[in-house]
Structure formats: structure tokens, C-alpha cells
Design a binder for this molecule. Structure first.
Ligand code: IMP
Length: 331
């Protein structure tokens, strides 16, 4: 029997540091599960000052927890095996990694189609994500149960305390994001229920944002002129804003509070984490966009106060935590 489910998800355009939060709190759960996306995602965690990266395997693996890849995920076999090998070589117990028999398989044709038709147009990660989900919808996809050895297939029921780990974010969601500059899965926390539990079991909706916004790939809300802004360029460097899957530089903008409030309300966020505050402190510039206007602050504290007041007044978030890049946040 499941006692409760907590869901970690992104409130912006991805790359908010969801993996870090998942790794920090995973020890309190019986399972850590991914419900969407595939090798387009990139989660970076630090354990004893060593950096580890995963793309498809949930961060629960770093805390020795059963790590489940759900039916709504897509898997490229070679990349999956190479991630397992990497984790195994680094001493993690890959016997804990299980894949839903219903997850879909990304083929080389999917990748080729993405690279030839979508990557330049939309700035996709080129991992074959959209073609794979489209074959799923056309009822001609290949499921994990057809190709994965039995040892990797998930054939049990979830129980106890469950943590779900989102990939991508609200503004990349196929339904609610900036279509067509979105990914092809449901990134909203309600989609975590596709893992096979009732929405009534959800306890916390842990939404993660950064103190500034970033976008990898094309999006009309991030005009090319942003590249020319010196302070924003300093944030790219200080915040190491480079895609963990593609290596691309991410376009940075000041935190858009209108969009953040909208995504908190849309997704039902109960616990808000705002990451990477140290980056602004280093760069020494403090600004948000609110009501479509830029608002400047003298220091980080007044900026945090402004954000806290507006979010408290306009949403039903219960807790707000401001965090620094490598800081561990405990539940
Ligand atoms: P796709 O998911 O590869 O089809 O890419 C579609 C859009 O989502 C592109 O703008 C990508 O840059 C973006 N995207 C996909 N995965 C991530 C991620 O993990 N972080 C940030 N952006 C992502």
C-alpha cells in the first residue's frame, strides 16, 4: 500500500536543479520514480564533492533506493545500458533500477528524424523524443517489455513513501507549455499519476525554480538580444548554464515573476524551492520582471523579500526555500 506520494517538478523551462533536490531528500522514501521524458533530461548531483550526471535513471539510485522508470517515459536502449554501466562503475547498485514494461523505446530512426527535421527548427535535444512519442500515439511504438531483459522490467507495486522526479518543466509541457517550443511529454505534476497511483495519494507538490530564468533551445519569450546583455552573460558563466545533455549555452533572462506565479497556480505547488541564489550574489545584479516591468533591487535580501511577498499574496504555496547552487536541502 502507498502511504503518500511527493512530487518534485520544474516550474520554469527545465534545468532548475530538480535532481539536486531529489538526491537530497530521496533517503526518506521507499521509491524514486520518473514519469516522463527520456534522455533529453539531464540531472546533475554532487556526492562528497564528486559530480554525477544521469539522463534517464532517477536520482534515487544515488541514495540506494529502488529507482523506477515509468510507463510515460521513453528509453534509448544503448544510452540506458551505458548509463547503467557508468553508475555501476561508480559503485551504485544498478539492481535497483527497473523500467515499466509499458515505457516506449526510442529507435535510431526516431533519433535520425529528430536530427533531420526538428533540432534546427525547435532546438530539440536531438534525442528522438518527439518521434518516439508520436509512434506511441499512433499505436505503432515498441514497448520496453518487447526488448528489455526480464531483470530490468518492473513487475511489482509501489508501496510506502514514494517520491516522483519530474523531467523538463511546466513551460515545456506538451499541453501547457509554449507550444510548439515544448517537449513531447506531460511535465506537469498531475502526470506523475501515470505511474499508476491515485491523485488522492499526493501529499506535497515540490516545485523548483531558479532565481533567474534560463532556456535551452528556441522560445519566443527568450529573444536573441538577451545574449548581448553583460549581466545576463555573467550569469551564464557564474551559473555554469550549459545544457547537461547538449552542452549548449542556455539563454538567460531575469526571473519572470508573472510566469512563476502562473506556473505555481497552474500546477498546485505546495512547497517552492528557488535555486542558485548565490549566482546573483556573485554577479552583483538583482532584478526580476513583474507586471511586464523590470524591478531592480540593491541586494539579494530585498529581492527575496519582494518575491516572497508576491508569491505569498498570489498563490497558496505553503513553504518557500531559497537555496544556493550546491547546497543540500533536507526535508
Ligand atoms: P526535446 O525534448 O528534445 O524534443 O526538446 C524540446 C524542447 O525542450 C527544446 O527546447 C529543448 O531544449 C527542451 N528540453 C528538453 N529537455 C530539456 C531539459 O531537460 N532541460 C531543458 N530543456 C529541455
Amino acid at each position: 500500500m502507498i502511504n503518500y506520494v511527493d512530487v518534485i517538478y520544474g516550474l520554469a523551462w527545465g534545468d532548475e536543479g530538480k535532481g539536486k533536490i531529489s538526491n537530497a531528500i530521496a533517503k526518506d522514501y521507499d521509491y524514486v520514480c520518473r514519469w516522463n521524458g527520456g534522455p533529453n533530461a539531464g540531472h546533475t548531483v554532487y556526492i562528497n564533492n564528486t559530480k554525477y550526471k544521469t539522463h534517464i535513471i532517477p536520482c534515487g539510485i544515488f541514495q540506494d533506493k529502488p529507482s523506477i522508470i515509468g510507463p510515460g517515459c521513453v528509453l534509448h536502449l544503448e544510452k540506458f545500458y551505458s548509463e547503467l554501466k557508468y553508475l555501476n562503475e561508480n559503485g551504485f547498485n544498478i539492481g535497483l533500477v527497473k523500467v515499466s514494461p509499458k515505457a516506449h523505446i526510442i529507435t535510431d530512426d526516431h533519433v535520425a528524424y529528430d536530427l533531420d527535421n526538428l533540432k534546427n527548427k525547435f532546438g530539440t535535444t536531438g534525442q528522438g523524443i518527439a518521434p518516439c512519442y508520436s509512434d506511441k500515439m499512433l499505436r505503432k511504438g515498441i514497448r520496453a517489455e518487447q526488448v528489455l531483459p526480464k531483470e530490468f522490467l518492473w513487475n511489482e507495486k509501489l508501496h510506502g513513501a514514494v517520491l516522483c522526479e519530474g523531467a523538463q518543466s511546466v513551460w515545456l509541457d506538451i499541453d501547457h507549455g509554449t507550444y510548439p517550443y515544448v517537449t513531447s511529454s506531460s511535465t506537469m505534476p498531475y502526470a506523475a499519476c501515470s505511474l499508476g497511483f491515485s491523485p488522492r495519494l499526493v501529499r506535497k507538490l515540490i516545485g523548483v525554480a531558479k532565481i533567474y530564468d534560463t532556456k535551452s533551445g528556441v522560445d519566443p519569450l527568450f529573444p536573441e538580444t538577451l545574449w548581448e546583455d553583460e549581466s545576463l552573460s555573467a550569469i551564464i558563466t557564474e551559473g555554469a548554464e550549459f545544457g547537461s545533455t547538449t552542452g549548449r549555452k542556455r539563454l538567460v533572462n531575469w526571473l519572470n515573476l508573472d510566469k512563476l506565479i502562473q506556473s505555481i497556480r497552474l500546477s498546485g505547488c505546495t512547497d517552492l524551492i528557488i535555486n542558485k541564489c548565490d549566482v546573483l550574489e556573485t554577479v552583483g545584479k538583482f532584478k526580476v520582471i513583474f507586471d511586464d516591468q523590470a524591478v531592480n533591487f540593491y541586494n539579494l535580501d530585498t529581492m527575496k523579500e519582494f518575491i516572497t511577498t508576491l508569491i505569498t499574496e498570489n498563490t497558496s504555496v505553503e513553504t518557500i526555500v531559497f537555496s544556493a547552487s550546491k547546497e543540500q536541502i533536507l526535508s
